[in-house]
Design a protein around this ligand. Structure first.
Ligand SMILES: [Zn+2]
Length: 68
């Protein structure tokens, strides 16, 4: 299991990116929302979609959930 966070701030394309806790692209503490512990990014993305309509996995830490 890993801790996942979503960026409160959208990217230029409107995506709110989901990150694993150890990602070097993790947003600053004030700009992220803790999602919970998940065995893969898929559960974290599902959780993040309850809060934001447009969510994407981080290319670097959650590539299997990243869509371009
Ligand atoms: Zn990341």
């Amino acid at each position: 299991m890993a801790s996942y966070y979503v960026n409160k701030l959208a990217q230029d394309n409107g995506d709110h990116e989901v990150h694993k806790s150890e990602c070097s692209y993790m947003p600053a503490a004030g700009n992220r929302l803790y999602l919970g512990e998940f065995s893969s990014c898929h559960g974290a993305v599902w959780e993040a979609r309850k809060r934001y309509p447009q969510v994407n996995g981080c290319y670097h830490c959650s590539r299997e959930c990243h869509t371009s």
